[in-house]
Design a protein around this ligand. Sequence first.
Ligand SMILES: [Zn+2]
Length: 201
Amino acid sequence: MFKPPPEILEADYPVFKPAHDVGEWARSVFIDPDGPLSNPDHDHLNLATILFVWSSHTFKSQGRVVAATAQTGSQRGGGPGKKEWQESLYYEWHGGALPTFVITLCAPFFIEADPTSVCSVIEHELYHCGQAMDRHGEPIYIDGMPRFTMRGHDVEEFIGVVQRYGAVHPSMIELQRALNSPPEISSAKVSDVFCGCGARL
Ligand SMILES: [Zn+2]
């Protein structure tokens, strides 16, 4: 299992570094159809490029510690020059091309995390790297290439509402089914870290 480069943990200010070894590992384990933990939900990512980046520091979001984030390589808005500045780093770290997605991993979490938690966090971020669907729920292709997009969570609901009204939405019924069957890989340990999207990991 990979570990963050130790030198970035000593940085007094935020330092970012490409994590190509993690990218190769994640692709060979989860995305490659022959990978040991291959997941067909990530099939479209065989046609995407993903840049993994280490961050020396965790991020804070609404008072929570964020362990990892996912975003598109292509940036938008944010004031004159900001998009170009951010993208220029991605071009540099990704061999002169803009990656489809960028997954940032916060080193302090990964130093401590057990292998199962690492896998669950990385797969959480891979799930955010989605393929756009049409209104019939069919994946969209343009000239044979998936149309890539950021994907939100499958389930967003208040526990109190489920308690009072039950699992009515199809996604809740799917979740109920998943909760009622044992984990396919292994139970991730309970941790108090979050994805950049705000989800507990
Ligand atoms: Zn998330």
